[in-house]
Design a protein around this ligand. Structure first.
Ligand code: CTP
Ligand code: MG
Length: 234
């Protein structure tokens, strides 16, 4: 591997339980291509992405039938039991092969509508930052906190509330250390930023488009299909 500046790690080893389909959701068809093909193409379409590491489950019978032609190298690693394990496997292979400390963009395979313009916004806003950051969307609903009986206890000020999305962009070695530390302390981290936050660091939030949805439940597929059509070649 060469010594690039930006790499992508794509966790794609989930089973898609909430999707209730006959195969993991990343292999469902979306406007003529599988979800994961769209996702990989979006990342590879950015000229500064030097390569992609994709984490695939050892029990995955579908990946071999994917034939995606990309403008950058693609390497496969084995996924793990949880998303963070899959990500860490990708980071380990990168740190083994690269001597330097590139930025890594971790992006869910299940987010095929990522706009290349949002990748670009992220690289531009964060590449000089000390820590890195993530794409997110401001919460625009009124937010309530309830007790265990679903009684409303308070309205939460939404002005500084965001929904975290991906890509999440951090330095390879710091992110690897963050995830390893979280594992060793048996802390559950559901995204990369959480691991960085546990180290006492403050990642940036970069405002992305709300069409960068994570396909999770069956109705998300129709929504993603519509978003892709609306975007054209976005
Ligand atoms: N993922 C992974 N390894 C795991 C679990 C999840 O690489 N052990 C990936 C998924 O393939 C997905 C991303 O992490 O691209 C986000 O996870 P999620 O949306 O939760 O996907 P699934 O775990 O597949 O879905 P579910 O939770 O409904 O089973
Ligand atoms: Mg999951």
């Amino acid at each position: 591997m060469s010594n690039p500046q930006f790499w992508a790690v794509v966790p794609a080893a989930g089973v898609g339980e909430r999707m209730q389909a006959d195969k993991p959701k990343q292999y469902l068809l979306l406007n003529g291509q599988t979800v994961i093909e769209h996702t990989l193409q979006r990342l590879a379409a950015h000229p500064d992405i030097a390569g992609i590491i994709v984490a695939i489950s050892p029990n995955d019978d579908w990946w071999p039938s994917i034939s995606v032609s990309l403008d950058c190298p693609l390497h496969v690693v084995e996924g793990g039991a949880h998303r963070a394990d899959s990500v860490l496997n990708g980071l380990m292979i990168l740190s083994e092969y690269l001597d330097d400390d590139p930025w890594v963009l971790v992006h869910d395979a299940a987010r095929p509508c990522l706009r290349v313009t949002d990748i670009d916004k992220m690289l531009t806003s964060l590449s000089e930052h000390d820590v890195g950051g993530i794409l997110g969307v401001l919460v625009n609903d009124t937010v309530k906190r309830t007790n265990l009986n679903n009684e409303i206890m308070e309205s939460v000020d939404r002005r500084n509330l965001w929904r975290a999305a991906t890509p999440q962009m951090f330095r390879l070695r710091q992110l690897k250390q963050g995830l390893e530390t979280a594992f060793s302390q048996q802390m559950t981290v559901t995204d990369e930023a959480s691991a960085i936050e546990l180290m006492g660091l403050s990642p940036m939030m970069v405002e992305g488009h709300s069409d960068n949805i994570k396909i999770t439940v069956p109705e998300d597929l129709a929504l993603a299909s519509w978003f892709l059509q609306q975007q054209g070649e976005a």
